[in-house]
Design a protein around this ligand. Sequence first.
Ligand code: GLY
Length: 589
Amino acid sequence: MRFVKGRDSRLAARLAAAAFGLLLPLLALGAQATDPAPAESPRPPGAAIASAHAAATEAGAQILREGGNAFDAAVAVSAVLSVVEPISSGLGGGGLWLLHDAKSGRDVFIDGRETSPAAATPDRYLDRAGNLDPDRSENGPWSAGIPGLPALLVHVAETYGRLPLKQTLAPAIRIAREGFPVYARMARGYQSRRAVMERYPGTRALFAPNGKPIAEGDLFRQPDLAATLERLAAQGFDGFYRGRVARKLVAAVNAEGGQWSLDELAGYRVKEREPIRFRYHDWTIVTAPPVSSGGIALAQMLQILEPYGLEALPEAQRVHLVVESMRRAYRDRTFYLGDPDFVRVPQALLTSPAYAAGLRASINPDKATPSDLLSGQPTPLEDEETTHFSIIDAEGNRVGATQTVNLLYGSGLVAPGTGVLLNDEMDDFALKPGTPNAFGVMGYEANAPRPGKRMLSSMTPTFMESPDKVVVLGTPGGSRIITMVLLGILGYDAGLDAPQVAALPRYHHQWLPDVIDAEPGAISAQAAQALRAMGHTLDLPPDEAVGGRGSSHVWGNLQTVEWDRAHNRLLGGSDPRNDVGKAEVVVSP
Ligand code: GLY
């Protein structure tokens, strides 16, 4: 990857786009509004939204035009994503949102992560030989945590929004009832999860009506989900967590052999937490605290990297140092991070400049540090889903929201009569200590399941703020989320703009497996050779021309917006790897 400052940054983006065969679409995917007002402006010239589906972005823009703020728009965007991206997130899942309230200047992290049901003890996830059974941790009733996203929507609407839920949920209700066309990624994802999903009658009724599975171009209607959203709009928290919907959710899980109680649903609570905040060059970075592992890892990596002057270094040297910072942060993730309400996370130590200096001192500038010095088993990376959207409104409010049902289509289990597809987030716990999960990351006691505990996440909604710019960014991608956000931050720091950052080729290292995974165009052949000579193992695309969705060497769906204060300009960047996303600037909301 090359970061090029100033006038060369367009070239960098074209290079990035060319790597994906996306030279022209970049123009369509980026959104821009410029106001000739010079110098720093106290307020943006409009609003900007970037999300993984055009219908969600448009719903958010509509809510802004109806007088809503960024938080109202976020509720609308999130709910529409729950309808049009069942592959990625939904009412049956959870979310981690980062908010900035312009009036008070306060940043707050909203933790709507799922919680562990009391019955979900580790022994439930082992097969007869005592090995982790992925069919339990990734599929069906035992894989699902108690959902958090509906409570998060109600909390944000009631605490930070100015419009009623009836108004902000209206676009999602309409789309659920009227339907939308199935797109290629959704149909492909269904095929890959079909064997699991069609075990369950509620799922079959929705996704394979009359025995015919959904296909690209079909109109996909979800009347039960529309009714569930209406209950949420009318009754708030109780509309989902108590009464009819709650009874159906518990009945569905228990009918399939799981064990949920009505009390566990009624007892679910959203948590407000203090975000992690640190400096990187001219930027203040505000990001996700535990129960996400993302903010601590970002603070470690960026503080390790800050003194190096990355941009002036040759490519191989730069990638080597970034990878060594990734390796160290992911090692710590494995041992120390979990739900801060249950375990003492040494956050102050892990995010301190002194600790970062110690880690930096352990990096050999010319040689890879073998991860197996620190023990563990290599495992393959697997596919992942989740979704992210970013919003800045005309008042300067911001939302960075990442939400998920975990793997493609979550647990695969739709509770009959609700339209709610349950998550499979239990796989994000360390169900068997030291055994990697679907993302190849593992954990120990800090992330062991306990009744009511939240499973460790990698979701990393992030703000960047400098005297010139305000940025919101985030992405899905399982354990790769954190390194994508890291590269996005480095890209902005190097002078790239929102569409360029969304398109930037990516590479990743997560301590174990001890491999650098890279997208097409992320590492040149020359740098790859130099990295191998330093002792790194690389997993590169077999052919640099190969790309596009479906290649295991392309990942993420980064959605970012920026307010360039110096030029009073708004820009949105929607990841060109996803052909249904949209960035939109609303100039006069
Ligand atoms: N389920 C993915 C994550 O939260 O990290």
